[in-house]
Design a protein around this ligand. Structure first.
Ligand code: C2O
Ligand code: CU
Length: 435
């Protein structure tokens, strides 16, 4: 993380600068053009990124810390940064038109907030996100647990796909009508990007992998080899009953944390396609340390989250309609709708009292799957009265109903939308008011 204090003390190394001169640490995020090698043996791809890189820099904080991030927009269109999954103050949520004005080209904006929950979060553009996230405006936001589990390597693994020409340039069809009405804009090339390109990983070292699906529309069923351990968190939130590292499915925006021991010459990431497994990339392993006697993985400490009061919950059904092969009627000119309305309404879909527990039945009345994301809160799936681990995004399968329970204890205007960004672009978005 680049801070003003560190930058100045580096450039004036022989002198001790009085701390008082710098009352706040500011992390700068410059949204700008970048060129990144994606296709092997082709020219680098022109994309967008932060501080010269794509993904942007990893922002690493301590639980409860305050952060000041100055976004500078060096692009040729407006932008804004959303801190995905963070229980943030509403005015810092980064949603143009709802919580702030978009930051025009050449302008800047100071995001100032604290991070109440430890875990793996991420930041990304929330302005024309279907284009800006596809171009690379994203990065990881890591909040360290107070008792951070000791590991030898802590690596973010970004899962992404791109739609590239044979020479590696991005095809700029971000609002292709067919994509909007079907599965979204899926890439023709996918790979994993790592926060640390060449970590010196040795066999039997203990490592933490923070998986983030940053793709605009693709659901990744993920296979990982070369590591023995447990899945310990979803969407930043620790899970109580640790899960095996297999059959991990991440929809756009979802995360999973894995802690385990390295057991092979490489840690490889693949996903299954109808044409067989697709290689996404791997981390090389060289050398080994003594095999530990105890390779047990323990749960992370929980975040301080309020349990839902199911008995006194309000219940509502939210209908998701539209898309190809749909026969439903909608208001507006979009492709997808929420309770009959396409696109962001002027008035909130619901207003809830601060602290109210609400059970929402999400009814996916379409022929496609949707990754429904709520801002500013986590929620739990409820199936036959049983609560699942907390998440901020849930994949609701085509034609299915899924109940979720949420304590609306963060005041403000919060979006609910499909994180398949082509679906958000074409109408699947709404918001709640919590007061
Ligand atoms: Cu990650 Cu409204 O988004
Ligand atoms: Cu969707």
């Amino acid at each position: 993380m680049i801070t003003r204090r560190r930058f100045i003390s580096y450039s004036a190394a022989p002198f001790l600068l009085p701390k008082i001169a710098f009352s706040e640490d500011v992390t700068f995020l410059n949204a700008e053009n970048v060129k990144i090698p994606l296709l092997p043996d082709q020219q680098p791809t022109s994309l967008w990124g932060f501080n010269g890189s794509m993904p942007g820099p990893v922002i690493r904080l301590k639980q409860g810390q305050q952060v000041n991030v100055r976004l500078k927009n060096l692009l040729n269109q407006p932008t804004a940064v959303h801190w995905h999954g963070v229980r943030i103050k509403n005015s810092m949520d980064g949603v143009p038109g709802l919580t702030q004005a978009a930051v025009s080209a050449g302008e800047d904006f100071l995001y100032k907030f604290t991070v109440p929950d430890a875990g793996t979060y991420w930041y990304h553009s929330h302005h024309r996100s279907w284009e800006q996230v596809a171009k690379g405006l994203y990065g990881a936001l890591i909040v360290e647990e107070k008792n951070l589990p000791k590991v030898q390597h802590d690596i973010v693994v970004f899962f992404d796909d791109w739609r590239l020409s044979p020479i590696g340039s991005q095809i700029e069809d971000f609002e292709n009508p067919h994509d909007l009405a079907h599965d979204g804009r899926l890439g023709n090339f996918a790979k994993v990007l790592f926060s640390n390109a060449n970590p010196a990983i040795k066999r039997y070292q203990k490592i933490r992998l923070r998986l983030i699906n940053v793709a605009t529309d693709r659901v990744f069923p993920i296979k990982i080899s070369g590591i023995e351990g447990k899945l310990v968190a979803y969407d930043g939130m620790p899970i109580k009953i640790l899960q095996p590292i297999k059959d991990i499915v991440l929809s756009p925006s979802q995360r999973a944390d894995i802690i385990g021991y390295v057991t092979a010459d490489e840690i490889a990431f693949t996903f299954d396609t109808p044409n067989g497994p697709y290689q996404l990339g791997s981390l090389k392993v060289a050398g080994e340390i003594a095999k530990p006697k105890n390779m047990e993985i323990v749960a992370l400490s929980e975040n301080d989250y309020q349990a839902p009061d199911i008995k006194n919950a309000q219940e509502h059904t939210i209908n998701f309609d539209g898309g190809a092969m749909s026969r439903s009627m909608m208001m507006g000119s979009g492709v997808w709708s929420i309770n009959g309305q396409t696109g962001m309404p002027n008035k909130p879909l619901y207003t809830f009292k601060l602290g109210q527990t609400v059970v929402l039945e999400l009814f996916n009345n379409t022929m496609f799957d949707h990754a429904i994301h709520l801002h500013g809160h986590h929620f739990q799936a409820v199936d036959f009265g049983v609560l699942s681990p907390m998440r901020d995004t849930i994949l609701v399968k085509a034609g299915k109903k899924q109940k979720i329970a949420c304590v609306f204890n963060n005041p403000g205007k919060w979006m609910l939308h499909c994180h398949m960004l082509a679906h958000q672009a074409s109408g699947m978005a709404t918001w709640f008011q919590i007061a």
